[in-house]
Design a protein around this ligand. Structure first.
Ligand code: ZN
Length: 509
């Protein structure tokens, strides 16, 4: 089933890719197709270059290979420049790597700086990395973002922008260095951000459990991101999760929250014992000999993250989106706690505004439906009126044909939208044999032009509507194209329309 789904997903990619190649082809003038455009197809949609080149060859077109290579090179240079970082050597104040993490129990702690260094990154500018003898700051890991907060001494306050772990050191990122690096500091984690993260992260455990109960035990975590604002959870599953299943998952998690399950945390138990007791080891995590097991009711996982003390602290869980990230991998985004309250507040406000806009009807839904019905009716009327207008114009214009060198010739400006002008040019061309029709109109203050040439004139006289649009398009600072018997174009300068209309006749001389 998974293989079939992957095959289907590849075919969908192929299908979309082919449509995109078609778009590129129709936007191409001449025989050479832009390497930049082909690279975008490759880069954004994963459409292979060789396949693009093959399709183009079959259509008598050629891919600008050099342009493709250049675009690829430029992108590589760009991403390299963005990640370039220069790092100074450590200034060591206290020898030895004795930093301890106390953040599972404390949010505030007295600390000393043991070492620091300056880093310069193109992306974030100049920053300092500070290492402490002990720290309550949780470093980014297990999908959970790093803590923010402050370091305060008797004289100053330094803001900690982020916390990360590197080579077993917990690094606190700051914009400035304290004036006295040897002072004692109070390290203080931002409590609100931390508890929002803990709420979202703990809900991830319950979500994982819910998915395995409702969708099946084939569900495995494939990735996770937890920030104070929301949580994101990627997992293996071969089909779209239905509305009904999502609802069940949401209910399951909210039931666990209502049960007020206390956090049972066991630090430093042997890995084998934890797994034997039923703890789930997560994808992509490396575990040491001793692990930390986190239990909320029946959910038990090996995890180094930050959790709420009781599931009741999550308050509410709400899924906001579900979708595919890759073949066989789905992604759920969800919110908890304050996020849910804000979500419902926003929904309520939106509904209130809609009601006010509709002049506070008793039944909002009925009011919207009747607006839609009315809109549909009006649309039909407009279409009918437009059709009548085009028919009338068509009859008037047919009378204005002139014979130039044996060809029925017409060049006119009309007062219609671009698409209606296009339809009109086609209709007139079709109804008059041996004809050359050139129409112009203005939509949104921009000129557009259309040319229809009877097929026999295309073959007998070598006339080409595409060439006409390109040549006359110059008067309106425009461009466009199409087929030899019909082409359209758009321009920027409406003042050039009269000249374009005047010069159309030259194609017959
Ligand atoms: Zn956890």
């Amino acid at each position: 089933n998974v293989i079939r789904e992957e095959e289907a997903s590849f075919l969908r990619t192929l299908d979309q890719g082919l449509q995109l190649v078609e778009n590129v082809i129709s936007a191409t003038e001449g025989k050479i197709v832009s390497g930049q455009k082909a690279f975008e197809l490759y880069d954004t949609f994963g459409f292979p270059k060789d396949l693009t080149a093959l399709i183009l060859r079959e259509r008598g077109l050629e891919l600008d290979e050099k342009g493709f290579e250049n675009a690829m090179f430029e992108q590589k240079t760009r991403s390299r420049a963005a990640s370039e970082t220069s790092t100074d050597d450590w200034t060591i104040l206290v020898e030895g790597n004795t930093e301890t993490f106390v953040g599972y129990d404390l949010l505030v702690n007295e600390v000393k700086i043991t070492r620091y260094r300056r880093i310069d990154s193109k992306k974030d500018g100049q920053l300092y990395q500070i290492v402490l003898d002990s720290t309550p700051f949780y470093p980014e890991g297990g999908g959970q973002v790093g803590d923010k907060g402050i370091l305060t001494s008797a004289n100053e306050t330094i803001e900690v922008l982020d916390t990360k772990k590197e080579n077993n050191l917990i690094l606190h990122f700051t914009k400035n260095l304290p004036e006295n690096v040897n002072a004692s500091f109070i390290a203080q984690v931002d409590k609100n951000l931390r508890s929002d993260s803990a709420s979202n992260h703990s809900a991830t455990h319950l979500l994982h459990q819910a998915l395995r109960v409702i969708l099946g035990t084939h569900v495995e975590q494939k990735g996770s991101l937890v920030s104070p604002n929301y949580l994101r959870f990627d997992f293996s599953h071969f089909a779209k999760v239905t509305e009904q299943e999502l609802h069940q998952v949401e209910m399951f998690v909210n039931e666990r929250i209502q049960e007020q399950l206390p956090l049972i945390e066991r630090r430093d138990i042997p890995f084998a014992q934890a797994v034997e007791e039923g703890a789930m080891a997560l994808f992509g995590e490396k575990y040491g000999d001793n692990v930390r097991a986190i239990k909320f009711g029946e959910s038990m996982e090996l995890c180094g993250g930050i959790h709420v003390k009781n599931t009741a602290d999550i308050w509410q869980f709400k899924i906001v989106s579900e979708g595919a990230v890759a073949a066989g991998i789905r992604r759920i985004e969800a919110i908890t706690n304050k996020g849910v309250k804000e979500f419902y507040d926003a929904q309520e406000n939106a509904l209130k505004e809609i009601k006010e806009t509709l002049k506070n009807p008793q039944d909002v839904l009925k009011s919207v439906t009747s607006l839609q019905d009315e809109n549909a009716k009006l649309k039909k009327q407009v279409e009918q009126l437009l059709k009548e207008k085009i028919d009338g114009l068509k009859n008037n214009l047919v009378a204005e044909f002139q014979v130039v060198n044996g060809v029925n010739f017409l060049s006119k400006q009309v007062d219609l939208s671009m698409s209606a002008t296009k339809d009109l040019a086609q209709a007139i061309g079709a109804s008059k044999p041996n004809s050359f029709v050139f129409l112009a109109s203005i939509e949104d203050n921009l000129p557009n032009i259309h040319c229809s040439i009877s097929k026999d004139l295309v073959t007998d006289r070598g006339l080409n509507a595409g060439n006409v649009i390109r040549e006359l398009g110059k008067y309106i600072e425009g461009n466009g194209g199409g087929q030899p018997f019909f082409a359209s174009g758009k321009g920027k300068d409406v003042l050039g329309i009269p000249e374009a209309l005047e010069n159309a006749v030259n194609f017959l001389k």
